[in-house]
Every structure is written in C-alpha cells, then in structure tokens.
Ligand binder design. Structure first.
Ligand code: ASP
Length: 436
C-alpha cells in the first residue's frame, strides 16, 4: 500500500473514531484523561509526530541551502531566482485573494446573518510583528539563537551568507561543503524515517481534531465554510494548473506527485512543519535542482500563503456584511495589500491566519471581535488552506526551476521518480531516490 493511501485510510478511520467520541464519550472521565485531554494518547502521539517533523526543519534548510548556494556557478542566479520567486508568490497571492473577494461578494456571503444567534466567544489575537521588525530580524545577532527559535527568514539568511563564504574559501570551503552535503543526505534519510510513522501520527492528530470539533459549529456558518472551501478547491485546480500550462508543464503530474505532501500539510496545518516533505517532493519526485528547492521552498513556507489569503478575503466580506459595513473599492485594495504584507511577516504555523486577519480587519475598520463568528470552523479550514499554501510554494518552486533550466524533465515526467519506500530498519540499504 503506498503512503498516500495509508495516510488517507488512517484519516478516515480517525474521522470516524473522533466523531463517535465527540458524540458519545466527550464527558467520560477516562476518555478525557487518557485519550482526548492534554497528555492523553492522541495529544501525545500527534504532538510527537509534529515535533519529529519540526526538528528536521532547521538542520535540513541549513544544510540543504548551504549546499545549494555553495554549488551555484553564478551568484547572479541567486538574485534572479529570488526575484522571480517573490514576484510569483505575490502574483499568486493577489490572484487568490481577488478570486476570494469576487466569489464572496457575488454570493453576498454573511448577508442576513443574525449575529445574536451566534455563539460569540471572546477572542484574543496575538499582535503580529511590524514589517520593519520582520526585516530587522532577518539578520541575527546570535546565529544559534535564531536557529534555536526557528526564525526561518534568519535561517535562510545565515545559510545564504555561509554558502557564499564557503564558495570563496578555497580548500577549507570545499571540505566544509562536502561535510555539509553528506550531513544533508543523512537528514534526508531521517525525513524518510519520519514519513514511515506518518499514518500513526496523522491518526492521532485527526482523531483529536474530530473529537474536539463537534459538527454543530458548522451549522450557523456553513455558507462561510463552503465558500472558503470552494475557492480553495478552485484555486488549487484552476490557478495552479494555469501556471503550469504557461510554464509548459503537465499540471496533472504535479498535482499527482504532490499528494503525500498535501496530506502532510492538511494533517499538521503547518507549512513550516511540512518543509522537509515539500523539499523532498520538489527535489526527488519533481526533479527541481537542490539549488532552487533549498531556497524557494522554505522562503515560500514563510512568506507565501495563497490559501490563507483566500480565507481572509471571504472572512472579510462575511464579517463586513454581518456588521453592515460597506466595503469600498479602496477597502478591497487595502485587503489585497494587507494580505500580501501580512503573509510576509508571519510564519507558516497553525492558526496564524487569524492573526493576519486581525491586521486586515483593523486596516479596513472592521471589529476584531468579528473573528469570533468564524473561529469555530477555523481549525478545519486551517488544514485545508495549509494544503493550498504548501502546494503554492511547490508550484512556484517548480516553475522558477523550469525558467532557470534547473528542472530535470526526465524526473518530472517519471511517475516513479523518488517514490517513497518504507524503510526496513533491519537493513542498512538507503532509499535510492535520495541524492538528486
Ligand atoms: N496554518 C497555515 C500555514 O501554516 C497558516 C494559516 O493560515 O493559519 O500555512
């Protein structure tokens, strides 16, 4: 059975188990203490899985990116690659949010919604850092400190400058680059090891989500939920396929090969935690050169959030209609601008979309407590939009690689390239797909 099927099956079983628990066992003390609650079975299993993925992110980005930069024959390529990647990130985000605003407005989403019937809970949303602060924090005052706290933009910066220095350090540089390349291979094996246990980790995460997430929360705002889901699916299929057509690549190949990655993104609701899987897929399954993937994937996970932008567009129109606030043309432009800016300043971790939404609401004069109306269904939408975020990161990575002649078309078109193979812990053989 391949990995996607295993993960899908475990998701399905988890959904059934979770819904049964939510219906019948939520008040049971044993279930609360040992299965559902904090440090219960699901919490322990799910958190360990996410931590196992997260622990790989910084070493993988560090080693892989240093290797990529040190091997770049022309440093100007770095400037070009970043320019193209950032431009494409922005364009896809703008398309995503414009699309969401158009659909939500034409559906009149939120009109006639009686907020007095809603179960309003107080929301406290953390402040997002200002744009200037984000820019300053790209340069670390303590390299290890920034790596320890997982500040991705700083980790990218450190890796780039060390990579450039290695390329200019003669023999010492060569030895260091070789060691880092070897260590990168080792971390990739570790990624495979974690992928082996994914079905179990995913089961715990999903069962917990479904057990906690009663279906009742969907009823009052089903229209909002469906609109976000619809635009996410349309963007996933339409926009990404469009980009691939323009780049003269078969979009179906891309979407098929992204299946495992999408499932990881969906179940963890974190673009950051999914970085190791996205890097593996873009390099080994899709044939992107390491020098592009090692840079564009982590950058995208941090600054590119197509799915989140879609949620923001629909949520803003919904809350504006509920509160009877007319959105003017300038407001729409503000929403688009803020979504792009907000996604640059915030990391791809669960729930961050709501922090960004608070920034958008403040800018267009909507009450932040409006977020309370939609918070009940946000976990499931977070999972869905993270899948779109991660697909957007990978799509831009492939397209930029193609434009730089850094895409191995033989690998891209080979359905079996880099296919995940379960690791047999009793044998010392390596996964052959590793070192592209
Ligand atoms: N969870 C999303 C991500 O990691 C961000 C969000 O929309 O909350 O990409």
């Amino acid at each position: 059975m391949n990995l996607s099927v295993k993960i899908l099956l475990s998701m399905l079983i988890a959904a059934v188990v979770g819904i049964i628990m939510n219906k019948f066992l939520l008040d049971n003390e044993f279930v609360q203490s040992y299965i559902l609650g904090k440090y219960g079975f699901f919490d322990v299993g799910g958190t360990m899985f996410i931590k196992a993925l997260k622990m790989l992110v910084v070493p993988l980005v560090f080693c892989s990116l240093i290797g990529g930069i040190a091997n770049m024959d022309d440093m100007r390529a770095l400037g070009r690659t970043s320019g193209k990647a950032v431009l494409l990130f922005m364009v896809t985000t703008i398309i995503a949010i414009a699309f969401a605003l158009t659909v939500a407005t034409s559906f009149g989403i939120g009109e006639g919604f009686d907020k007095s019937t809603a179960d309003i809970v107080a929301v406290t949303v953390k402040d997002a850092p200002s744009f200037g602060q984000v820019v300053i924090n790209i340069i670390p005052d303590n390299i290890l400190g920034e790596m320890a706290s997982g500040n991705m933009l700083a980790v990218i910066f450190i890796s780039i400058v060390i990579g450039i220095s290695i390329a200019h350090s003669g023999k010492e540089g060569e030895r260091t680059a070789n060691f880092i390349a070897d260590f990168n291979g080792v971390i990739m094996s570790l990624v495979n090891l974690v992928m082996n246990v994914a079905p179990y980790g995913v089961f715990c995460l999903m069962a917990k989500t479904f057990a906690e997430q009663g279906l009742e929360v969907f009823i009052p705002i089903f229209g909002y939920f469906l609109t976000v889901a619809l635009v996410l699916v349309l963007h996933y299929v339409g926009t990404f396929s469009g980009i691939f057509f323009l780049a003269r690549l078969n979009p179906l190949t891309f979407l098929k090969k992204m299946r495992d990655t999408v499932l990881f993104a969906f179940s963890t609701a974190s673009s950051n935690a999914t970085i190791p899987i996205t890097m593996r897929t873009t390099e080994e399954r899709l044939g992107v050169s390491n020098s592009i993937a090692s840079f564009v994937v982590p950058l995208g996970a941090t600054i590119n959030m197509n799915g989140t932008a879609i949620m923001q567009g629909v949520a803003t129109v919904f809350v504006a209609n509920v509160y009877g606030h007319d959105l003017m043309f300038l407001d729409y432009l503000t929403i688009i601008g803020m979504s792009v800016l907000a996604s640059i300043g915030t990391a791809g971790v669960p729930g961050v979309g709501l922090i960004m939404l608070a920034m958008v609401f403040t800018q267009v004069g909507l009450p932040v407590e409006g977020i309370a109306l939609i918070i009940g269904v946000d976990r499931l939408l977070d999972m869905m939009r993270t899948a779109v975020n991660v697909t957007g990161d990978a799509a831009v990575t492939v397209v930029v690689a193609k434009s730089e002649n850094k895409l191995d078309l033989a690998v891209y078109n080979d359905p079996n390239a880099g296919k995940f193979k379960a690791i047999d812990l009793n044998s010392h053989e390596q996964d052959q797909g590793q070192q592209t």
